[in-house]
Design a protein around this ligand. Structure first.
Ligand code: ZN
Length: 134
């Protein structure tokens, strides 16, 4: 089946994130001065206002905090509405993403998840999360 998921919208601040996703890696941005980890990427640390940033590799493991299924208007690029979730990553930051390989009624609060990557129409990759296999 060919990919229908839209390509990421790349900016100078998030290009490193999408380049890592293309390699199958989940990365974040940490302040090189105070160590605060932030997502989404931004040019200045909101905690100490430093512009010294460093890329860090993330484990890709976390827990589902909340989730929803946006049905109206119909999301572009999806045959079925995706499950949109806020995932608490084990490194302490959060990421809005999609849940895959799980039925909506099987999702539970704090459910452990791990990152996988789904292809886009233009051949890029997007990090999404699935339940941790037991
Ligand atoms: Zn900082």
């Amino acid at each position: 089946m060919s990919a229908t998921r839209p390509d990421p919208i790349e900016t100078p601040d998030n290009a490193f994130f999408w380049a890592a996703a293309d390699r199958g890696e989940l990365v974040g941005l940490r302040c090189a001065d105070c160590g605060d980890l932030q997502h989404p990427p931004r040019p200045m640390c909101p905690a100490c206002h430093s512009t010294r940033r460093e890329e860090v590799k993330l484990s890709g493991r976390g827990r589902v905090r909340v989730w929803t299924i946006p049905r109206h208007p119909a999301p572009i690029g999806f045959a079925e509405p995706p499950i949109v979730a806020l995932v608490d990553l084990e490194e302490g930051t959060r990421m809005v993403s999609n849940l895959v390989d799980v039925a909506p009624d099987a999702i539970t609060p704090e459910m452990p998840v791990e990152v996988v990557f789904e292809p886009t129409v233009g051949g890029r990759a997007v990090p999404v999360f699935r339940p941790v296999s037991r």
